[in-house]
Design a protein around this ligand. Structure first.
Ligand SMILES: CC(C)(COP(=O)(O)OP(=O)(O)OC[C@H]1O[C@@H](n2cnc3c(N)ncnc32)[C@H](O)[C@@H]1OP(=O)(O)O)[C@@H](O)C(=O)NCCC(=O)NCCS
Length: 385
């Protein structure tokens, strides 16, 4: 068996399409199938076995928010192994190669939406790093609120305002991503869903699929930057749903709807869960500029990227964070596996909970130090791919 993994070049597109079409459409590629540009940039990878194309993935180049900085992050999508080659370990091998390849490109972490967590946990991805909560509300349980902001159908002239509203909406959450302008253009061009803006400048927007009678109104995205935006947005959604049975939309995990307007018969479920993995431990730590100062030693068990293991000497403060190899013993040692580190790095699940579970070795004072650099907090991975 001759395994070959590579970044996909122009000559490899038909092989990439071959695998993608079999995996995602259950048939060979058609004339009309093509590879669209990856919005915001990124890389495609292809694996061959004995010169046959068998595995693919797309990696979007993203920049994720952290409580103390921004982190270059690969958004891993379109993972697939051809149906003829499954259950032979190629999927695991592909994912391990992707981690190393994206790390070499400067991506210090990666995120993905898993078909099953177990497959990716084996690669060091942490479950539960960020949750998008879906609310399913009968129309008669929607709150009766005044719509104080006027609504209008969005046009290209609204893109700056939409981007500012979105940026304010995601700013409180680690793992959130500022939206690339091409994504707004794609939303405006959709034949399927409509984008409405509330307020001038925009304080909320609603991107919804309006159709039929007595069905479920699917709101693909609802975002707001102020109380007036949130309340006017809910009032607008209620009027969009006037001839429907119920409404679905998503909120970040702190769900303002649940604290302010929950009124029975509301289903709340996890719509998507993003998994996350740190690809480059010293590189990720070097992105952080916390307000407080501290130091510790760190050892991270990482069978896929042994270069991450350390031990490291981590020193941080308002000027930034350094992480250098260290075999001394003058600082307290933290020992953790890469999966636990990856979730706690972004703040969820946090250091204290993982310590209670016996997954982090550190003394009480060092847990405070870890929290100063990588605080437990709210997360939201704001792009779908
Ligand atoms: C998901 C997918 C990429 C996995 O690829 P794969 O090559 O079948 O995966 P692997 O063989 O590495 O692992 C799958 C299972 O086979 C097992 N396996 C690995 N090597 C094996 C071997 N030599 N012999 C038998 N089983 C093996 C693994 O342990 C795993 O079992 P588990 O479910 O108990 O964990 C592939 O099934 C696929 O393309 N699915 C459709 C598209 C999809 O769902 N993509 C994911 C989007 S997030």
């Amino acid at each position: 068996m001759n395994w070959r993994f590579q970044e996909c070049g122009p000559g490899d597109e038909s092989d990439f399409l071959w695998v993608r079409s079999w995996v995602y459409d259950g048939r060979p590629p058609q004339e009309s199938d093509h590879l669209a540009d990856i919005i915001g940039g990124g890389r495609r990878y292809l694996a061959r076995v004995d010169d046959q194309p068998v595995g693919v993935t797309n990696c979007l180049t993203l920049r994720a928010r952290h409580a103390h900085g921004f982190v270059p992050l690969a958004g891993v999508a379109t993972v697939g192994i051809a149906p003829t080659h499954r259950n032979g370990g190629y999927g695991q091998r592909l994912m391990a190669e992707v981690i190393r390849a994206e790390r070499a490109q400067g991506m210090v972490a990666g995120a993905l939406y898993a078909f099953r967590d177990k497959f990716y946990r084996k690669q060091g991805y942490a479950s539960g790093a960020a949750h998008r909560m879906e609310l399913h509300v009968p129309v008669d349980r929607m709150p009766s609120l005044a719509q104080t902001l006027d609504a209008r159908v969005a046009t290209a002239a609204d893109i700056d305002g939409l981007a500012a509203c979105h940026a304010a909406f995601v700013a409180p959450y680690a793992l959130s991503v500022d939206r690339h302008p091409d994504r707004w253009a794609r939303m405006l061009a959709s034949q399927d869903s409509q984008l409405f803006v509330l307020g001038a400048p925009a304080e909320a927007y609603v991107y919804a699929r309006v159709k039929g009678f007595y069905e479920v109104l699917e709101v693909n995205e609802f975002a707001w930057s102020s109380r007036a935006g949130y309340e006017s947005g809910l009032a607008f959604i209620r009027s969009l749903a006037i001839n429907q049975s119920s409404v679905k939309w998503c909120e970040p995990e702190d769900c303002p709807f649940m604290s302010r307007f929950h009124d029975g018969q509301v289903d709340v479920s996890v719509d998507r869960e993003a998994m996350v993995r740190v690809y480059d431990v010293p590189g990720a730590l070097a992105c952080l500029k916390p307000a407080l100062s501290g130091a510790f030693r760190l050892r991270v068990a990482d069978p896929i990227v042994p270069e991450n293991e350390g031990p490291w000497r981590v020193e941080f403060g308002p000027d930034g964070t350094t992480c250098v190899p260290d075999s001394g013993n003058d600082l307290p040692l933290v020992e953790v596996d890469i999966t636990t580190f990856s979730g706690a790095f972004f703040g969820h699940p946090g250091w204290r909970q993982m310590h209670r579970m016996g997954l982090v070795t550190a003394d009480a004072a060092t847990l405070d130090t870890l929290e100063s650099l990588m605080p437990t907090g709210l997360t939201y991975h704001s792009e779908l791919y």
